[in-house]
Design a protein around this ligand. Structure first.
Ligand code: NZQ
Ligand code: ZN
Length: 387
């Protein structure tokens, strides 16, 4: 077991109706709020009106139209400008992971004198930030419980995971009923995203019985509950359990004491969504089984056997490589069963930029240090297999 240094300062307020506590929570941070949201889903579900009603005593500035794969320009830059011009006290992010991630970059950018990209690209480090409160409306990223935000810069095809302890939300409201309206497509993508967050931690050199059990249960729960959510979008219990599985995803709690892995599927997928603006969870579902086949070897076999036996119930009394093979097939078939397109061509990606993307990933993502090191040629192979 490896040493670790862990702290999550985020308060989680979970359950139906908890948003009524919003005024007392916001009061602690000040009166001037930047309300951030996306393309309108929060208006359709009545949450925008509810928030405005609950916060009628506050001064509210707004940043809307934050897109999936949130963009540095205009969203982060506009948000920073609004915060600086109005001396905003606190950001209230209402929406999916994209809204929250964008708000994280705004929060540190607003307290920084230079170009906020300096912080996102780690040329400089933030000394301060505006506190963030969020109401998460899509179970997927775990951004509500982690210190990361992923920001895209279109002109350079960059999509950077910007991690800083200052990015932890101060408070996250998690009301599963706000996820009832999430489409089947986004529910499936959210499930694939959260499952891959677990797999990125599970496939490692050094784990513990405790962590393996926690992660295997997380994977099983996600598969069972995502199917229930897709069949009956208003199944509160399924939405609630899926939400919590997702919340744990990226904050390290699933794998405290495990060895590092380099999160290779995320490194590869971020390039796909930077170049082609695809849905993150779909890109991950496509990459994951191909990456698994690529890294399967005598060395990694025991992890695949454990995964196959404990997550998919595969009979352990057979050859290890047969178990691994069946486990990888089962992973693919599960994603297919929730109607995720399983080829890059299905999401509009052909082979024309594979070399360019692989080079970008190899230069920028440090995958030579991953659990199974990936060099440019390996990445080309994984992407080509995914076509
Ligand atoms: O824009 P609106 O109108 O709000 O619609 C959104 C959007 O079209 C919609 N939506 C959200 N809540 C809804 C809803 N529709 C109906 N009912 C609701 N309750 O869903 C669409 C997708 O939203 P988005 O926020 O983009 O999805 P998600 O939460 O999956 O976030 C994806 C982004 O997070 C990054 C991804 O790379 C991607 O940019 N990630 C962030 C991570 C983190 N901070 O830790 C980790 C992840 O690995 C991931 O990389
Ligand atoms: Zn992810």
């Amino acid at each position: 077991m490896q040493n670790f240094d862990y702290q999550t300062p985020t308060r989680l307020i979970f359950g139906e109706g908890v948003v009524k506590k919003l005024p007392e929570v916001m009061e602690r941070f000040g009166k001037k709020i930047l309300l951030t949201y996306g393309g309108g889903s929060i208006k359709k579900i009545g949450l925008y009106d509810k928030v405005k009603e609950l916060l009628s005593d506050f001064e509210i500035f707004e940043l809307s139209d934050i897109q999936p794969n949130p963009k540095y320009d205009p969203s982060v830059l506009d948000g920073v400008r609004i915060c600086k011009e109005n001396d905003v006290d606190v950001i209230l992010a209402v929406g999916g992971g994209s809204v929250l991630d964008c708000s994280k970059a705004i929060a540190t950018g607003a307290k920084y004198d230079g170009d906020p990209w300096d912080l996102i690209s780690y040329k400089a480090f933030a000394a301060d930030s505006i506190p963030i409160v969020d109401i998460i409306t899509l179970a997927a990223t775990g951004s509500e419980y982690d210190s990361g935000g992923v920001i895209s810069r279109t002109e350079t095809n960059d999509k950077i995971g910007y991690i800083d302890p200052l990015n932890f939300p101060a408070v996250s409201f998690l009301d599963p009923t706000y996820t009832f309206t999430v489409s089947k497509k986004q529910t499936a993508a959210g499930c694939a995203d959260a499952m891959n967050h677990i797999m990125e931690q599970y496939f490692c050199e050094d784990s513990t019985l405790l962590n393996d059990g926690f992660m295997e249960a997380g994977l099983k729960s996600l598969m069972i509950n995502a199917k229930k959510c897709i069949e009956n979008p208003r199944d509160y219990t399924a939405r609630a359990e899926m939400m919590l599985c997702c919340t744990y995803g990226c904050n390290g709690i699933y794998s405290l004491g495990n060895s590092e892995t380099g999160w290779p599927c995320h490194a590869i997928e971020h390039a796909l969504s930077a170049y082609y603006d695809i849905t993150h969870g779909e890109g991950l579902a496509i990459i994951t089984p191909r990456w698994m086949r690529h890294i399967l070897s005598e060395r990694t076999l025991p992890r695949f056997v454990k995964y196959g036996v404990n997550v998919f119930g595969i009979n352990p009394d057979q050859d290890g490589f047969d178990i691994a093979d069946k486990a990888i097939d089962a992973t693919y078939k599960f994603f297919e069963s929730i109607n995720i397109p399983m080829h890059l061509r299905d999401v509009g990606i052909d082979d024309s930029r594979i070399g360019e993307m692989a080079h970008h990933i190899a230069v920028n993502e440090g995958l030579e240090y991953a659990y199974v090191p990936l060099l440019e040629d390996d990445i080309v192979k994984i992407l080509t297999e995914s076509l």
